[in-house]
Design a binder for this molecule. Sequence first.
Ligand SMILES: [Zn+2]
Length: 270
Amino acid sequence: MNIYISIDMEGISGISSVSQTDPNNPRYKEGLYFMKRELEEIVKILKNFNVRKIVVNDAHWNMDNLNFIDLDLDIELISGSPKMLSMMEGINSNFDYAFFIGYHSSANTIHGFIDHTYSSLTISEIKINNRRVNEAYINGLIASYYNVPVGLISGDDKLFDECKNIFLDCEFVITKYSISRNAVKLKNPIIVYDDYKNAIEKVLNKKIKPLEIPKEFEIEITFRKTEMADIVEILPIVERIDGNKVKFKENDFIRAFRYIRVIINLARNA
Ligand SMILES: [Zn+2]
């Protein structure tokens, strides 16, 4: 069995402050400790269940948090950015399952711990076909594009609320309970690691289908500032619909995702 892991940081157990997820902050080393520890536990569990190949894509910030100097694991590691598929770089149809580890709720979630969608600085909200989406759904569509089901999602309880009616047979590990954007009640990481064991055992004995992929996509992006929409509307594919809102249509989700990435980068420089 081959498992693809996309690992973010905000939803990792033990992490209780945005400062622990910021590589420029002295407290980042605390966050990194928990991120590595959680990955080690997951890999150990997978190896115990005879999973042969594990590819881990570092999906947080500049995506170069993990390295082999202090990570003694039998995995392949995808590191750095930019990557064409970003948090999903390296996914392909050879994987049996994708796992989303340490994820978080979408931008504009009430009381969602460090809620954001791909870019805190630029994005207020992303809607796909008129529904607000989070990174898990966007990345789930990418996995499904390659016919890979999402087997496991971990993160805070608000993420679980957003995902439970979309990823129907998927297993969830709740790592913490959000109180507000910057406040959280942490589960004990030791309990969380145990939850992973149960969840992974269940996943490996299930048959989960990939998400159904819509035939066409209308992507609506709300920016933090109107000047971001001013620059993005120059892209011919984009239609301006409000002071800080644009939309575009695409039939192919990978193309749509690439547009989203380019749009975020344009907005960032506005
Ligand atoms: Zn992140």
